[in-house]
Design a protein around this ligand. Structure first.
Ligand code: FE2
Ligand code: FE2
Length: 188
């Protein structure tokens, strides 16, 4: 079977997002002021896209293969991350307490991603039909449609104007609803 770029499967997409998430943590850590706010916002949007697709599509599929305990642990970590992100947003990137809490958040998110890569994705890869994994990538695209991971490249546009606005919980909710609608449409 030939594979084109648009047929990247859900695991390949999520793994590449893990790399983008790591890079965004570095950008937040290495920037200040407006750039730091933008990097933090972009991290929020990407995490909303990524974790919504995992929560709605990947973890349910992995339940049979990886077991309930593994999946529940990942869902709990994702909820904790959502709360931590909200607190960081309320605190603001300029706050004196931000760096220390952001470092703890980064460690938790990267450890979460490593667990997925080691315990969940390999099982999903061996036990799930490759075509189904390609179809599941649609969940990530549905999430991205609400909350694009990159600013629109149109010339002359301020990238920030394209960012979905609002606090992290609102962004997560809207993104999750879009993935839920996509998932529902698959069943119809
Ligand atoms: Fe996750
Ligand atoms: Fe992940």
């Amino acid at each position: 079977m030939t594979t084109v770029q648009s047929e990247q499967d859900v695991i390949e997409l999520l793994l590449s997002q893990h790399q983008q998430i790591k890079a965004l943590f570095t950008r937040v850590n290495q920037s200040t002021g407006e750039q730091r706010r933008d990097a933090f916002h972009e991290l929020t949007r990407l995490l909303a896209v990524h974790e919504s697709a995992e929560e709605q599509v990947v973890h349910p599929a992995a339940r049979n293969d990886a077991g309930d305990a593994v999946v529940e642990a990942r869902l709990q970590e994702e909820n904790d991350a959502k709360r931590a992100l909200s607190e960081l947003y309320d605190l603001g990137v300029e706050s004196p307490g931000f760096d220390e809490r952001f470092a703890a958040f980064e460690a938790a998110v990267l450890s979460h991603a490593l667990h997925e890569e080691q315990e969940e994705f390999p099982l999903l890869r061996t036990k799930t039909d490759p075509d189904a994994l390609v179809r599941m990538a649609g969940a990530v695209r549905a999430a991205e449609a609400v909350s694009p991971t990159r600013p629109h490249p149109a010339a002359g546009e301020n990238p920030v104007a394209n960012l979905i606005a609002g606090p992290p919980l609102a962004i997560f909710d809207r993104t999750r609803d879009a993935v839920r609608d996509w998932r529902q449409a698959q069943k119809d």
